[in-house]
Design a protein around this ligand. Structure first.
Ligand SMILES: [Zn+2]
Length: 222
């Protein structure tokens, strides 16, 4: 079974093997074994690196499928040469790793993932160095594709419309709160129009985990 895939995580197992998590075009997210990929002379090791767009065969193994005949389609080398871009790229790897379910093919999500790394690579190539707008735009897009985009224009409790600068976001309820509900004691954080921190809170809420890459993004952009 041949498929294209983006590599999202690598874990060494045994002496020379690696467990590779990837998002594939044909089967969605899955984990497969790359046998011998930690040997010094392994060509496959170079191909199954993070962020790489590869094309490989999956053959059935005992516990996990095995990657065979990996071909590199795009190594996204520009991303790897720029710390800001790398931090942005890590966020999307982490998001896919933490919130996408295994073995669910989703052509829309595949196109998103393929695009995010291709565009980021292109931006670095063209000399860009600030990706904060790109990150926020793509975070919102990813939430929408996965069905997690919050409706911030009406209060999730009383359904009254929320006005621009007087609304909060409740992580527990997963929606916006009007100022009345917020002031009556509902837990939430105040948000401004188009506040990008909401996306980050939603991602971490869905994953029920902190995202390490968000600290990395803050560290490199200050
Ligand atoms: Zn309300």
């Amino acid at each position: 079974m041949r498929t294209r895939a983006i590599i999202i995580k690598k874990q060494p197992v045994k002496e020379h093997d690696q467990l590779i998590s990837c998002y594939t075009e044909e089967f969605g997210k899955l984990t497969a074994m790359a046998k011998g990929s930690l040997k010094k002379e392994s060509i496959q090791a170079m191909h199954v690196d993070l962020f790489n767009l590869v094309d490989f065969d999956l053959v059935s193994g005992r516990a996990t499928p095995i990657i065979a005949g990996a071909q590199l389609e795009n190594g996204h080398g520009f991303i790897k040469s720029n710390l800001n871009a790398l931090a942005a790229a890590y966020f999307f790897l982490e998001a896919i790793d933490k919130i996408v379910f295994d073995n669910e093919k989703d052509p829309l999500l595949w196109r998103f993932i393929e695009n995010v790394f291709r565009l980021l690579d292109k931006k670095v190539k063209e000399g860009e160095n600030d990706f904060s707008e790109f990150i926020h735009e793509k975070q919102a897009e990813l939430l929408k594709i996965m069905g997690y985009a919050p409706n911030l224009s009406e209060c999730c409790l009383c359904l009254s419309p929320t006005s621009g600068n007087h609304r909060a976001y409740s992580q527990d309820l997963g929606g916006a709160l009007c100022s009345d509900c917020f002031l009556s004691g509902q837990k939430g954080i105040f948000i401004k129009m188009n506040d990008s921190s909401v996306s980050e809170i939603i991602f971490q809420g869905i994953a029920e985990k902190k995202f390490d890459s968000l600290n990395l993004i803050k560290a490199v952009t200050i």
